[in-house]
Write a protein that binds this ligand. Structure first.
Ligand code: NAD
Length: 462
């Protein structure tokens, strides 16, 4: 066991947050080590955002091809599951290779193994265990970026082999013909969108009164309506009481809704009730936690001065782009630079069809905060691009502070929403941009014109 040179920075976890931090630090000339116990890219690249979006891309093409006769193209698409898996894996591998190359080009040293904090003080000592044994490394600064894992609820039968989670389903060679999803949050609805696109039977069982409960009510309502129209069964306000395996190998899920018991059978059950932070810290370090996450202030500062935390282990939304921004900002702080990215305005996107993208406050959150709020919603049913591409009914909703004349939130549910949210986030990150400044000429025909329509409606109400 050799104690090596002192690094300026050690990063534990090479997901989007840890990698962004290590790349920025190494490029700036800091002697940087990043330790990963599994695969470069973390959840996002390997078993989260990227493989999910690849699957949704395949299923979206299938749905569009199946409906192509409406546009004068007659075809009968067929699903080739192994080709879908091959495309998914090729996409993941290409992005993982790209990230590995970026880390190498930055000059950051990468070590595979399980890292643990040994001690902290003016320098932090970290041990790394891998097939070569145990090594110790010291650094002036440490960033924890260890991510999250699926929460497994305490339900009888949850350990059965018919029960899976998104991490495992996203690596599966064969997809189930029918699926019960426990939890109608972001993961639950994205998977429901994928499976219903492919014509597979999906049942969502959600504990709260609506799916996507963290989003604007109208988004929840629309998402539920569209998924139902595509064949999903959705049981809200429901509690799963048991999972068992029938003689034919299928899963039987028993659940209660309003005191009455129901059951549903499917090939597999997916747990999607949230993700918990992966935090293993020696108690004597005294790093403060809040609701199971590391309590941070400023750019990733923990209660220990040279230990920082970013990404899913910190409070708030668990999003890859937020983790990357936090990572870059922590390194900017170590370098004594101004914050690198504005990480206060963070868009949240759901890649269902139609897409959902939100930023800032909803109308009810703004009301609860005592803001003089005004909102307007433009339906996309009159948007030329949406009409010509045959999109589902969608909308753009804008929320403004009447007295300041600025945008404070936006909720979009329409084609390309996840690309359109950027201009609204930009205007909110720069509070000198008023509602009037947003009234630019938008190209015709574009989905973006719906933002212009919503602005006109908003202006009438200001
Ligand atoms: P989530 O918090 O979005 O949703 C979990 C849902 O499960 C909630 O609606 C909750 O009410 C419900 N639930 C909890 N316990 C239940 C129970 N026993 N029975 C029935 N329902 C129950 O969590 P998730 O969907 O697992 O996603 C985890 C995290 O990953 C989220 O923070 C999410 O933002 C992130 N994520 C983001 C994206 C994206 O940005 N597109 C995609 C996937 C995941």
């Amino acid at each position: 066991m050799a104690v090596n040179d002192i690094y300026d920075l050690i990063v534990i976890g090479a997901g989007p947050g840890g990698s962004a931090a290590a790349i920025k630090a190494a490029k700036a000339g800091l002697k940087t080590l990043i330790v990963e116990k599994d695969s470069i890219g973390g959840t996002c690249l390997n078993c989260g955002c990227i493989p999910t979006k690849a699957l949704l891309h395949s299923s979206g093409i299938y749905r569009q091809a199946a409906g192509a006769s409406a546009f004068g193209i007659n075809c009968k698409p067929e699903i080739d599951e192994s080709a879908i898996a091959e495309y998914r894996d090729k996409t993941v591998n290409s992005l993982v290779d790209g990230l590995r190359a970026s880390l190498k080009a930055s000059g950051a040293e990468v070590i595979f193994g399980t890292a643990s904090i040994v001690s902290a003080g003016d320098t932090v000592t970290v041990s790394v265990t891998n097939s070569e044994g145990l090594s110790e490394y010291r650094a002036k600064n440490l960033i924890l970026a260890t991510g999250s894992e699926t929460i497994i609820p305490d339900i009888p039968g949850v350990e059965l082999d018919v029960v899976t989670d998104s991490d495992r389903l996203l690596k599966a060679a064969k997809l189930p013909e029918s699926l019960v999803i426990i939890g109608g949050g972001v993961i639950g609805t994205e998977f429901a969108s994928f499976f219903t696109d492919l014509g597979r039977k999906v049942t969502i069982i959600e504990g709260l009164p609506r799916i996507l409960s963290g989003f604007d009510k109208e988004i929840s309502r629309n998402a539920q309506m569209i998924l139902k129209k595509r064949g999903a069964d959705i049981h809200t306000g429901s509690r799963v009481t048991a999972i068992s395996k029938a003689e034919d190998g299928s899963a039987v899920v028993v659940f209660e809704t309003d005191g009455s018991e129901n059951s549903v059978t499917a090939e597999a059950v997916m747990i999607a009730v949230g993700r918990k932070a992966v935090i293993e810290l020696p108690d004597e370090l005294g790093i403060k936690l809040k609701d199971g996450r590391i309590d941070t202030i400023g750019p990733g500062r923990t209660s220990v001065k040279n230990i920082f935390a970013i990404g899913d282990i910190t409070s708030g939304q668990q999003l890859a782009h937020k983790a990357s921004a936090q990572g870059e900002n922590v390194v900017a702080g170590i370098l004594d630079e101004d914050s690198y990215v504005c990480d206060e305005i963070i868009p949240a996107c759901v890649y269902t069809s139609p897409e959902i993208a939100c930023v800032g406050m909803t109308e009810s959150e703004a009301e609860a905060a005592g803001i003089d709020v005004v909102s307007a919603r433009a339906l996309t049913s009159a948007n030329a691009k949406s009409v010509l591409t045959g999109e589902e009914r969608g909308f753009v909703k804008l929320v403004a502070d009447r007295s300041k004349g600025i945008l404070i939130g936006a909720q979009l549910m329409c084609a390309n929403a996840t690309d359109m949210i950027g201009e609204l986030a930009l205007s909110m990150s720069n509070a000198i941009v008023t509602i009037d400044d947003l009234n630019i000429v938008r190209a015709h025909p574009t989905y973006e014109e719906a933002i212009g329509d919503a602005l006109k409606l908003l202006k009438q109400k200001m």
